[in-house]
Design a binder for this molecule. Structure first.
Ligand SMILES: Nc1ncnc2c1ncn2[C@@H]1O[C@H](COP(=O)(O)OP(=O)(O)OP(=O)(O)O)[C@@H](O)[C@H]1O
Length: 323
C-alpha cells in the first residue's frame, strides 16, 4: 500500500548574518546551509496494516508523513501510496488518504462542526449515502453528539482531535496518516481514540501509519514499528522482536514475609530494597525469574512476587543508545 524507497528530504536554511545592517544584508544574502531531515529511508506498509512510526523530536517523522501525503516534494528517492506518487498526483492521492495532525486542526475554526463536515462532503464529492452512513457510525463511536453543532474553537482538545479524525474518514480513505493524534489528550479520550482507530482498521481494512511519542498508543495499536533517528531508519520489524532484542533487562520484585538483609543472587543484581521488598534486575539471556526464585525460596519465606517487563519507552531508549 505504501512504498518508500531511498527517500530524502533536504531543507535549505538561509544563514542569518549578524552585526550592522544584518536585517538588510539577510534580505540579499544567498548563503544557505542544508538540513537533511530525511536521509535515505526505505520501508513498505502492507494493505490493512497499522504501523507505528516512531523517533525522537526532530527525527524526521512529520517530514516523511508530509511527503507521503503530497504536502512536500521529496529531494530524492521515491514514494508511492497505493501506486500513486503523492506530490505529482496530489488530487488522486487526497482522495485515498486521510490525514490528522494532532497539533493542528484541519477544520474551520468558527464554523459548527456539522457545517465543516458538509463542506468536506462537497470538497471530496462524497456521495450522500457514504456520507450519512459514516456520520451515523462515527459520531456515536467517538461521542461527538454533544459537539456536532459547536464550532471547533469551543471544543476541548480531545473533542477537537476526535472531530478531526472523523473528518479525515468521511470519504472512506484507504490510508490514514495520524501524526501525534493523542498528544495532550486526557486518558479517557485517548482510550476512545485508540479503540476507534482499532475498530476502523478492523471494520474497513484501513491502513494506518501512526506517529506518536505515546508508547501506550503503540502497544495498543501496532504490531509493527518503524523507528527513525536523525533522518535514518533504525529499526523496521515487529514490536515483539524489538522488545526481545532491546528489552533484554527484566526485573523481579520479591516481597518477603519479614524484612531480610540484602544478599546477592547469581546472574542478577539487587537494585532496590524497601521494607520487606527487594527488586532484582537481570538479563533475559543470563537467567530466569524461576532460577532466581529457586535460590531465594530455599532461604527465606516469600509472601509475593512480580516480574516486571521493560516498558516500550525504555526499549526505544535502548535502541537509540545501541547505535
Ligand atoms: N520547513 C523546514 N525548514 C527547515 N527545517 C525543517 C523544516 N521542517 C522540518 N525541519 C527540520 O527537519 C528535522 C525533522 O523535522 P520533523 O518535523 O520531520 O521531525 P519529527 O520527527 O516530526 O519531530 P517531532 O517529534 O518534534 O514532531 C528537524 O531538525 C526540523 O527542524
Amino acid at each position: 500500500m505504501i512504498e518508500v524507497k531511498h527517500l530524502k528530504k533536504e531543507f535549505k536554511i538561509p544563514v542569518q548574518k549578524k552585526g550592522r545592517f544584518a536585517a538588510v544584508r539577510n534580505l540579499f544574502s544567498s548563503e544557505y546551509t542544508i538540513k537533511r531531515a530525511v536521509d535515505d529511508i526505505s520501508f513498505c506498509v502492507g494493505n490493512g496494516e497499522i504501523v507505528g512510526f516512531i523517533g525522537k523530536n526532530g527525527a524526521g517523522k512529520s517530514t516523511t508523513i508530509k511527503m507521503l501525503s503530497g504536502i512536500l516534494k521529496p529531494s530524492a528517492g521515491s514514494v508511492t501510496v497505493d501506486g500513486i506518487r503523492p506530490f505529482e498526483q496530489r488530487m488522486e492521492n487526497a482522495r485515498q488518504i486521510g490525514v490528522v495532525f494532532g497539533q493542528k486542526t484541519q477544520l474551520w475554526w468558527d464554523v459548527p462542526l456539522i457545517e465543516s463536515y458538509r463542506l468536506l462532503r462537497e470538497i471530496y464529492r462524497i456521495d450522500n449515502i457514504t456520507y450519512q452512513k459514516n456520520l451515523e457510525r462515527y459520531i456515536p463511536m467517538l461521542g461527538l453528539e454533544e459537539v456536532i453543532n459547536k464550532p471547533v474553537r469551543q471544543m476541548s482538545l480531545g473533542q477537537r482531535v476526535k472531530s478531526d479524525i472523523c473528518a479525515a474518514l468521511l470519504h472512506d480513505p484507504k490510508i490514514l496518516f495520524l501524526d501525534e493524534p493523542t498528544i495532550g489528550v486526557d486518558v479517557v479520550s485517548k482510550k476512545y481514540l485508540q479503540d476507534f482507530i482499532s475498530e476502523v482498521n478492523r471494520e474497513k481494512g484501513t491502513t494506518v501509519l501512526l506517529t506518536t511519542h505515546d508508547m501506550g498508543d503503540i502497544e495498543k495499536l501496532c504490531s509493527r514499528v518503524v523507528v527513525i533517528d536523525s533522518g535514518h531508519l533504525m529499526y523496521d520489524g515487529d514490536l515483539e522482536s524489538m522488545v526481545q532484542r532491546f528489552g533484554a533487562i527484566r526485573s523481579l520484585m520479591v516481597e518477603f514475609e519479614e524484612s531480610v538483609e540484602d544478599f546477592q543472587v547469581a546472574n542478577a543484581e539487587l537494585v532496590r530494597s524497601e521494607g520487606n521488598r527487594k527488586w532484582f534486575s537481570f538479563h533475559r539471556e543470563k537467567t530466569t525469574p524461576m532460577e532466581i526464585l529457586h535460590f531465594i525460596v530455599g532461604r527465606f519465606p516469600v509472601h509475593d512476587i512480580e516480574v516486571i517487563e521493560p516498558d516500550i519507552e525504555g526499549i526505544v531508549r535502548n535502541l537509540y543508545e545501541s547505535k
